[in-house]
Design a binder for this molecule. Sequence first.
Ligand SMILES: CC(C)(COP(=O)(O)OP(=O)(O)OC[C@H]1O[C@@H](n2cnc3c(N)ncnc32)[C@H](O)[C@@H]1OP(=O)(O)O)[C@@H](O)C(=O)NCCC(=O)NCCS
Length: 178
Amino acid sequence: MSTYFRYSHEIIVRPLYHIADFLYKPWDFFNVVYNRLKRKRLKKSLKFCGGNVYIGPQVIIDEPFNVELGNNTCVCEFTHISGLGGVRIEDGTMISSHCSIATITHPKNSYSRITDPVITKPVVIGRNCWIGTGAIILPGITIADNAIVGAGAVVTKDVLPKTIVVGSPAKFLKEVNL
Ligand SMILES: CC(C)(COP(=O)(O)OP(=O)(O)OC[C@H]1O[C@@H](n2cnc3c(N)ncnc32)[C@H](O)[C@@H]1OP(=O)(O)O)[C@@H](O)C(=O)NCCC(=O)NCCS
C-alpha cells in the first residue's frame, strides 16, 4: 500500500466511516422502535391474541384477522403465516424461526389455477407444541397437543398428541415424555 493511499485513507475515509456510523445510530434506533410498534399493531389486528405472546422481528402474518394466538405462545423470526384459511395456535406453543404455515392451495389444473379462487383449509396447532426451525405446515393440518415437529420437516398429515415427527414428508420418530 502506498504512503499516499494510507495517508488519504486515514484522513478522508476513516472519518467518513465515523460520520456514517454516527448518522446511522438514530436511524437504527428509529428502526427498532418502528418495528416494535409494527409488531404491536400486528398483535392488535389478530382475531385473538392471548397474554404473553411474542412475535419476533420479520414475522409476516397475512390476513391476521383469521389468526388466533393463545396465551404464552411465540412466533419467532422470519416465520410466515398465511392466515386466509384460518390458523389457530393454542396456549404454550412455540413456532421457531423460518417456519411456514400455509392455509391456501390452488387447483392442479393450470387453467383453473389462474381463473378459480384459491382453496383454503385451516391449520390448528394444539397446546404446548414445538415447531422446529424451518418446518412447513401444509393447509388443513392439525397438530395435536404436546407434539413436536422437527426442524425442516414438511408436515403433510395430521400429527398425533405427544409425538415427534421429522423429515419430509414428516414421519413419526418417537413419543414425547411429558
Ligand atoms: C426433533 C428433535 C426435537 C429430536 O430431538 P432428539 O429427540 O434429541 O432426537 P435425536 O437427536 O436423538 O435424533 C434421533 C434420530 O432422528 C433424526 N432427527 C432428529 N431431528 C431430525 C430432524 N429435524 N429431521 C430429520 N431427522 C432428524 C436423527 O438424525 C436421528 O436419526 P438416527 O437415529 O438415524 O441417527 C430435534 O432433532 C429437532 O429437530 N429440534 C428442533 C431444533 C430447533 O428447531 N431449534 C430452533 C430453536 S427453537
